[in-house]
Write a protein that binds this ligand. Structure first.
Ligand code: FAD
Length: 437
């Protein structure tokens, strides 16, 4: 905890992936820079230590969302995303981060015929964009994973790794400390203001005077009040089973260990852990009135019951398997589903947020962009339309809550009606808006 006054070249607020990569990469760029990381809780206590562990190359929450929003630069974004994932993998190997990083690829599973139609369409769209992908029919799907719910799937081979995210974050923390970054846990920044040529950050027990500031606070209440309407904190929940026996593993036939997500509007994601447990999460996306966040929201019995029911419907072979871990965390949903950036206070402060549930990989790219912006450098990254534009904000309460509930209800209905989207969802689609986890 920071308990006095200090100064530095760069103050990073938040010690999740975005903050950790920012601090580490800033040291790579300027080894003599004095860098401080201020974290309200402890490193990786929020989304970075609580997520599903899918480290994806996509910077845009998937190819389809990227193509729809940034058609003119989709191939650049795809290339930068793949380079970013490769760089994460090399960092993990070079620094011996023991985080179970496995480049398994990902299967999008169809649990209804309309989902297979959509996956077939996606397979057509990604063809010619450098993807190594294979469409799987019901029988071919059984060679990868066995469930009575499957109608097929799309296996994208090299663009996703599975990882233990908390261990990855702790590895990055170690690298930061070894590089000389000063890290303070239990140090919430309560106020940010300009003071002559510097920025002053007030924390609960101390102050920091910094030449530059990087805000990496994700779904938490932003220190920049005007940024708050751009983010909906949406709670997402995860269960983890006890380790599977060899016989249980054989019964589901998950030989290639790919990450899996089913393809409804409300979807589950699941993967094997290094010790052969199944991590199973997603589906419910819970928004609390007024952008409420807090530790008390990280457990939700009714969601855990629902997730368990869906798990055994997917894998009836595993009846009787116990869940040993359950948790939730807040996702920083924005209306374009992928990160956005900006600077304020004459370029002294940069921010990156809005990953909307796909930030494990993209956070490293976001950190590079923040550093480019803080250095005032024009790079391939800062020239991107994606980086230069912001999503639309969400409406104020009570309208915001109503809009979220109507959208959730409509998505649930679409899943029950062969994917048919009602007028409300079609209007959101037309406006390029939406709600996703
Ligand atoms: C349940 C769940 C499952 C997910 N699954 C996946 C997945 O499989 N793949 C994927 O790519 N993404 C996934 N995500 C999203 C991913 O975890 C995030 O996009 C990513 O971790 C964002 O990292 P971050 O550093 O920006 O945010 P965080 O990890 O949330 O870090 C922000 C930090 O800032 C700190 N902070 C906030 N305000 C202040 C302040 N005023 N002062 C000091 N510190 C402050 C917080 O305490 C927090 O530690 C999931 C998220 C959740 C919750």
């Amino acid at each position: 905890m920071l308990a006095d006054a200090t100064d530095c070249d760069l103050a990073v607020v938040g010690a999740g992936f975005t903050g950790l990569w920012t601090a580490y990469l800033a040291k790579q760029r300027r080894p003599d820079a004095d860098i401080v990381v201020l974290e309200a809780r402890r490193c990786a206590a929020a989304a970075s230590g609580r997520n599903g562990g899918f480290c994806d190359a996509s910077l845009t929450h998937g190819f389809a969302n990227g193509l729809a929003r940034f058609p003119g630069e989709i191939d650049t974004l795809e290339r930068l995303g793949l380079e970013n994932l490769d760089a994460i993998e090399s960092t993990v190997r070079e620094h011996h981060i023991d985080c179970g990083f496995e480049r398994t690829g990902m299967i999008d599973a169809a649990t209804a015929p309309w989902q297979l139609d959509e996956l077939t369409e996606l397979a057509g769209a990604i063809a010619g964009h450098g993807y190594d992908a294979q469409l799987l029919d019901t029988r071919a799907m059984r060679d990868h994973l066995v469930s009575p719910t499957y109608h097929g799937g799309l296996w994208i081979r090299s663009r996703t790794a599975i990882v233990n995210p908390a261990r990855l974050a702790w590895g990055l923390r170690r690298m930061c400390l070894e590089a000389g970054v000063r890290m303070y846990d239990g140090t919430a920044v309560t106020r940010l203001r300009r003071e002559a040529a510097h920025m002053r950050l007030e924390t609960v027990h101390g102050t920091v005077t910094a030449r530059r500031v990087a805000l990496a606070t994700n779904a938490d209440r932003s220190l920049l009040p005007w940024l708050r309407p751009f983010i909906l904190p949406v709670y997402d929940y995860v269960l983890v089973t006890e380790p599977l026996t060899a016989a249980q593993l054989a019964s589901i036939g998950w030989v290639n260990r790919q990450g899996v997500a089913d393809s409804g509007n409300q979807f589950h994601y699941y993967r094997l852990t290094a010790d052969s447990r199944i991590l199973w999460g997603g589906y419910d996306a819970v928004y609390h009135y007024g952008n409420r966040v807090g530790v008390a929201l990280e457990q939700r019995a009714q969601t855990f019951d629902k997730l368990a029911g869906h798990f055994f419907a997917t894998f009836p072979q595993l009846a009787g398997l116990r869940f040993t871990h359950r948790w939730g965390g807040a996702i920083d949903t924005c209306s374009r589903f992928c990160a956005f950036w900006g600077t304020t206070h004459r370029g002294r402060v940069a921010y990156a947020l809005g990953f909307t549930g796909l930030g494990v990989g993209a956070s490293r790219f976001a950190a590079q962009v923040m550093l480019d912006l803080l250095e005032g450098r024009r790079t391939e990254r800062t020239a991107l339309h994606m980086v230069r534009t912001r999503p639309l904000p969400f409406p104020p309460e009570p309208l915001r809550y109503g809009v979220v509930q109507l959208t959730r209800w409509s998505l649930d209905r679409a899943d029950r009606r062969e994917g048919r989207r009602n007028l409300w969802l079609r209007t959101l689609d037309l406006a390029g808006l939406g709600f996703d986890s």
